[in-house]
Design a protein around this ligand. Structure first.
Ligand SMILES: Nc1ncnc2c1ncn2[C@@H]1O[C@H](COP(=O)(O)OP(=O)(O)O)[C@@H](O)[C@H]1O
Ligand SMILES: [Mg+2]
Length: 357
């Protein structure tokens, strides 16, 4: 009888032989070890392609608990592990992204609040992470909860995050400039999410494979349309990611089909399964990729990040027209904020010019 360890080593070596036949693994542990080896080693051998231009991606869905934070964290770590410089911005006062990346975010820590409400440059608040030397995180402290209100009276309040990111990108040396900026939004359509939609070029919407998954999405999409019309002509929904897919239920398949019918090519083929390791990882201040690289959760986030990166490689280098968003908008008679934050029908009508009086 051969030693199981040796059998596993032999299998792994045989499996990695170029052109060799796929090897059958005869135990779940061996399968998991093989997946972990792939996640960790492939990262050094097969970097993801560099995007055609810097991608600023806003991860938004006003529903809570759909996987925004989990996706921001794990896609961010995957992109960085596979060679792409990534900056993750935590824009949720709960600070869950900061927790999951093991970044300090107690009250008083320099954070995104200091950038939005104060004038601290992002370069001063971006912290290194233990997950990867290529990954930095701008943490959120609970102070950010007050920012929704404090920002209301500020000049160019919807543009503050965009300005901060533009300054950051123009000031950091080229060899430190991120390829990806991922912004994790809070579960609301308030001024923080609005700042993120004005700052981004793309929106990534995580959709949980559950009943009611599409409910409320219309409101998010019409808000994105309003932002495109009035504040950021460069924004569009580029990516939909199906999360918490449970293959044992018919419902998950029905939701996935419905989302694919509705959004077509925007939906990544990689689907994130419901996986307990994904939900355990933040408790250890880690992403699932570092916590349990052999888990289904880790491999599916690597697949999703790979697809995202491959799509990004085809983007044209030309940035969206900066002058359209760089110039501060003239102070509107009716602040768009009212329409966007409150969803007040009259304000939306005024904003969209459909009001007759
Ligand atoms: N694929 C998954 N499998 C299992 N649990 C998950 C998965 N994705 C997210 N979770 C858990 O679901 C909860 C909500 O996820 P989260 O990313 O915080 O959502 P959001 O940021 O949209 O509010 C968290 O407890 C998280 O750990
Ligand atoms: Mg969250």
């Amino acid at each position: 009888m051969t030693d199981p360890g040796e059998r596993l080593r032999n299998s792994l070596t045989a499996d990695s032989a170029p052109g060799g036949p796929p090897v059958e693994f005869d135990s779940p542990i061996a399968m998991e070890a093989m997946r972990a080896t792939r996640v960790l080693h492939a990262a050094h051998q097969e970097p993801f392609p560099v995007p055609g231009r810097i991608r600023v991606i806003t991860v938004a869905n006003q529903k809570g608990g759909v996987g925004k934070t989990t996706s921001t964290v794990n896609l961010g770590v995957a992109l960085a592990m596979y060679g792409l410089r990534t900056l993750v911005i935590d824009l949720d006062p709960q600070g869950n992204t900061s927790t999951a990346l093991g970044v300090e975010h107690t009250v008083g820590t320099p954070s995104i609040y200091d950038t939005l409400v104060g004038d601290s440059p992002l370069v001063e608040v971006a912290a290194p992470t233990t997950a990867s030397p290529l990954l930095r995180c701008v943490p959120a402290t609970i102070d950010l909860a007050g920012a929704e209100i404090e920002l209301v009276s500020m000049v160019a309040r919807e543009h503050r995050l965009r300005r901060a990111i533009e300054t950051y990108l123009s000031e950091v040396p080229a060899d430190e400039r991120p390829h990806y900026v991922l912004i994790d939004c809070p579960p609301s359509l308030g001024l923080l999410t609005l700042n993120a939609l004005v700052a981004g070029d793309e929106v990534l919407i995580p959709i949980q494979c559950e009943y009611y998954a599409l409910e409320g999405l219309g409101q998010l999409l019409s808000n994105i349309d309003l932002v495109r019309a009035h504040l950021n002509p460069g924004i569009s929904v580029s990516t939909i990611l199906l999360t918490m897919y449970d293959g044992r239920t018919k419902l998950a398949d029905q939701v996935a089909d419905e989302v694919r019918n509705h959004f077509g090519e925007l939906v990544l083929s990689a689907v994130i399964p419901r996986n307990v390791r994904v939900s355990e990882a933040p408790g250890y201040g880690q992403s699932v990729l570092t916590y349990d690289p052999g888990s289904r959760g880790a491999t599916s986030y690597v697949e999703a990040a790979k697809e995202l990166a491959e799509r990004g490689a085809h983007l044209s280098p030309a940035a969206p027209p900066p002058q359209a968003v760089a110039a501060p908008p003239p102070p509107p008679a009716t602040p768009p904020l009212a329409a966007l934050v409150l969803g007040e029908p009259a304000a939306i009508q005024r904003l969209t010019g459909r009001h007759s009086s």
